[in-house]
Write a protein of this length. Structure first.
Length: 339
């Protein structure tokens, strides 16, 4: 049974990170949000509240993705770990959205989101999309999401509406740092992904193109009351355009897995190649994943190959020009002698 009262963000728990300001939700019925039914990969429906770790008979909170009975020897250590639980819910746009896909790739490849670090900070991650349930499995595989990350979808987008999400096709005024691929490249990848879904018959089921998501951090505040949910919204950010997820370094600060002094924003900026850095190892230090390093190395090789090709063509032209010049000189000399 879910709480019969509204569950809102406390006035004294508003947090600001960059342009991400948690808003007081006294006008939003969180009970309705917790009771709204979403879909899992098997097509089953469950209340959004079931996404959160549930209190078992022994008083501990366990994730739905890891519902298992603990042994007596485990209870003492597990109780210490689960005394304060937190859940980060990331709402993404349609399943073909290249911007959201890049965002998730930055998160899954960031050491701060490693399984061990999440456990250390008592944090779990859940992702909610707005497409067809049949696309969940392929989306998880495409994104290479960790097994512990929950993945659901709400085709009706009612949960998005209840939580105050915005609808917009705008790209915003600037490209965020987490996007390292071109707009054209992301669009082409989306088209290819859509074509691959034609045999499955759900190519039109990726979700609404104008539905934007956001990030919501919930924390466990169990006071023992039975008529209220122990989960409270501590921080949130709603996307105002189609590429407005919270920057990765800002998100780390907001959810408490990094501090302002330990976040190096330069590591999230897109490396730029120019005449001074095209062969410098410093460029490779600016990227964080093997794929990114491969892309940089490939770009350097392409530039080197292009330069070599131009050099060969230039030399060929010079040789041809020199040969023509000598030929003309011989011809003129011959004509002079003949005269």
């Amino acid at each position: 049974m879910y709480p019969s009262t509204h569950v809102a963000l406390r006035k004294d728990s508003e947090a600001t990170v960059g342009n991400s300001t948690a808003q007081t939700l006294h006008t939003i019925n969180m009970k309705a949000a917790f009771e709204h039914r979403i879909h899992d990969a098997a097509g089953r429906t469950l209340p959004f509240g079931k996404v959160f770790p549930l209190r078992s008979n022994d008083g501990l909170y366990r994730s739905p993705s890891a519902q298992s009975t603990s042994t007596t020897n485990e209870k003492s250590s597990v109780a210490e770990t689960l005394s304060t639980r937190r859940l980060l819910v990331i709402f993404v746009r349609h399943f073909f959205c290249g911007n959201c896909q890049e965002y998730l790739r930055r998160l899954t490849t960031n050491p701060a989101f490693s399984a061990s670090n999440l456990v250390r900070h008592n944090l779990e991650v859940a992702i909610v999309g707005c497409g067809a349930p049949t696309m969940i499995s392929s989306y998880r595989s495409l994104m290479n999401l960790p097994y512990s990350w929950q993945l659901y979808t709400d085709p009706s987008t009612e949960l998005f509406r209840l939580l105050g999400m915005h609808r917009s096709l705008s790209l915003g005024n600037r490209r965020p740092r987490y996007i390292q691929r071109s707009l054209t490249g992301n669009m082409l990848r989306s088209v290819v992904q859509g074509i691959k879904r034609i045999p499955d018959g759900d190519v039109l089921g990726a979700g609404g193109l104008d539905v934007n998501g956001g990030e919501f951090l919930f924390e466990l505040e169990d006071d023992g009351a039975v008529d209220t949910t122990p989960w409270e919204l501590k921080w949130c950010h709603r996307m105002t355009n189609s590429r407005d997820h919270t920057e990765v370094e800002d998100l780390l600060v907001a959810i408490g897995v990094a501090s302002d002094t330990t976040v190096d924003k330069s590591r999230t900026e897109r490396p730029r190649l120019n005449a001074r850095t095209q062969s410098s190892p410093v460029v490779l230090e600016a990227v964080t994943t093997l794929d990114e390093k491969s892309e940089v190395i490939a770009a350097i090789k392409r530039k080197s190959s292009l330069r070599k090709s131009l050099s060969i063509r230039r030399q060929s032209w010079l040789n041809k020009s020199s040969s023509m010049s000598r030929s003309m000189s011989v011809k003129v000399t011959t004509q002079a002698l003949a005269a």
